[in-house]
Design a binder for this molecule. Sequence first.
Ligand code: ADP
Length: 478
Amino acid sequence: MPDKNTPLLRQQCLINGQWLISDTTFPVHNPANGELIAHVPKLGESATQSAIDAANAALPAWRAKSGKERSQILRRWFELIMQHQEDLAQLMTAEQGKPLTESRGEIAYAASFIEWFGEEAKRIYGDVMSHPNAGQRIMTLKQPIGVCAAITPWNFPAAMITRKVGPALAAGCTIIVKPASQTPLTALALGELAQQAGIPAGVLNIITGSGREIGDVLAASPIVRKISFTGSTETGRALMAACAPTIKKLSLELGGNAPFIVFADADLDAAVAGAIASKFRNAGQTCVCANRFLIASEVYDEFATKFTKAIGNLNVGYGDQSHTQIGPLIDTQAIEKVEAHIADALARGAHIRLGGARHALGGTFFTPTLLTEVPPAALINHEETFGPVAALVRFEHEAEAIALANNTEYGLAAYLYTRDLARTFRVAEAIEAGMVGINTGLISNEVAPFGGIKQSGMGREGSKYGIEEYSTLKYLCL
Ligand code: ADP
């Protein structure tokens, strides 16, 4: 439970530099014990419109600042986030459930986007091209795209916001953020620190309420020139359609079904360590979590034995207890999806090697689970599970592994473990994914381009490519 007196616990929304309440609110609960933490405003169409107007009014002055000025403000925000790392982490664990060590890590990760993009604000370059005719001169400018909106999910309540707001503000855009309704408090706390850092009124607005209602207003607005969304593929599709009439630029970071391939020549201990990190971080609730483990037949039994032991050692518990490695799932729907995937795999002939049921702690705690001999047709090999369930699939040769890996509508992350350099490149190039972890289960950081292909979305976040998403290219012909 966060300290009720912490100045970071905000129960109002931030529009045009003002903290606003509303007549209607909705509750925020701790997923670990159902406890009520706070109420936040349930804003609708008119408040969303006010936020859009505020962002639009703030745009000219923010856009006109030099990159260096924007950089200095973002640097102050970064420093404030890091100074309040512990308070923010406590708040995050209370509303999201993840272990405190992971919350602290996420705050540092979230802050790194503000630091990185603040530095990049000074380095936005256009070009001068060699001219085709002596009388012409040809050049390009990179300009901020304008008013942007970010719609973010509950699994990373801080980082999914800063990964969008950092590059937007650095590029000279203003923004409206709609955080997930399960985890608005971390977002609002970041807003409080943004105010303290001197981010001008209207440059960053944070509004809470129904995703569909607010999303529809943002999507329909001709003033909003770009929406960056992280969430389910289903919602991404709906949002893309809603943005079509205004031809809005979109970044979509959607679902995944990451394959984790272990070849016979892999270092199996390293593969098990990577598998644990990739599968069980945030209790399996990340879009880059390995969803299916494709294991070479020669090492299948040995990998399964080692993996079983490692999973069995994971501590399930409340996020605020120091030994906890696996917290609760976000809600009952999440646990029902996990159960459906397990039941489907078993009905198709898979075996339970470990776990398979709700945890003795009750609520939305689920026991880390290992399924073996999961047939390729099982739901878990095609849909995102978003829970602490690992599914092992056996393969005989490299071409089969690649075909299995690519047999999905998704294309976000993939992982492979091998010590053969030629195979590393062959497989990494053949895999249909936006990101490939090679002998590692952790790939996310601020300097790398994060994003997917196929129905996992479009656009990249983080890295020099992340800021491009918030700029437009203007061509000048003299
Ligand atoms: P998940 O809850 O699985 O992360 P969702 O796609 O349902 O994925 O939610 C992600 C974010 O999208 C949340 O902030 C949610 O409120 C918002 N959202 C939900 N439905 C819509 C919609 N129709 N239009 C825009 N945003 C939406």
